[in-house]
Design a protein around this ligand. Structure first.
Ligand code: CDP
Length: 223
């Protein structure tokens, strides 16, 4: 039987770095669900569809094909056959992903894809609704948090390294806005599942978080 690990939490808590590293240690498949919402967001940007235009977004959802594949152990994301892995890591795409991920049609499409990918494999999946909606029967659920100052600092440094022209203030503002939207929306809001284990990563290194989750995994597997 396959084992599923769900990692949820607000933006820039280290979900994807942690999940990626852990997936290598455990030889699990890593699935970054945020990348899928981001790729959908990129499609709307490139096709000049406003993020507020839910009606048009609902209509074009069926024209969008999202797929993932792995190269050198890294998840790549394809939007209608084109690799958009690098293009989706901008603040504009973050905003589009956050607003349009509240639309039911977008969520239905991506949740179905995520469940299908997890069907037969040992997976670590990260996002906002993995433990609550996508994989409610996951054997291990973790909810990562960190203070908003620390999260803003991490995301700011990440974007600077990628050569993007951002300020700490603008990053901090975007994160706050997005977290608020993600946790107050009607459809699948960001919420800690009742059976998820909370880890505050503010003062922990990625390796320390990976170790903690690995310990939890070993405990669960030993049962
Ligand atoms: O990396 P970061 O935490 O900043 O964001 P992400 O995981 O790439 O997700 C981008 C946006 O997609 C989030 O702000 C959410 O609005 C949305 N999302 C979602 O609604 N459900 C998921 N399972 C994953 C992401």
């Amino acid at each position: 039987m396959s084992f599923k690990i769900a990692i949820d939490g607000p933006a820039a808590t280290g979900k994807s770095t942690t999940a990626k590293r852990l997936s290598r240690k455990l030889s699990f498949i890593y699935i970054d669900t945020g990348a899928m919402y981001r790729a959908m967001g990129l499609y709307f940007i490139e096709n000049n569809i406003s993020y507020e235009d839910e009606e048009t977004i609902n209509q074009v959802c069926d024209d969008i094909d999202i797929d993932i594949y792995y190269e050198d152990d890294e998840q790549h994301i394809k939007l209608n056959g084109r690799d958009v892995t690098k293009l989706i890591r901008t603040e504009e795409v973050s905003k589009y992903a956050s607003v349009t991920s509240s639309y039911l049609k977008v969520r239905e499409k991506l949740v179905a894809l995520q469940r299908k990918l997890a069907e037969k494999n040992n997976v670590i999946m990260d996002g906002r609704d993995i433990g609550t909606v996508v994989l409610p029967n996951a054997e291990l659920k973790v909810f990562l948090t960190a203070t908003s100052e620390e999260r803003a600092r991490r995301r700011y440094e990440e974007l600077l390294k990628k050569g993007q022209d951002v300020t700490l203030e603008s990053v901090s503002h975007d994160l706050e806005e997005r977290d608020h939207r993600d946790s107050t929306r009607a459809n699948s809001p960001l919420r800690q599942a009742d059976d998820a284990i909370l880890i505050d990563t503010t003062n922990l290194s990625v390796d320390e978080v990976v170790e903690k989750i690995e310990e939890l995994y070993n405990e669960k597997r030993g049962k």
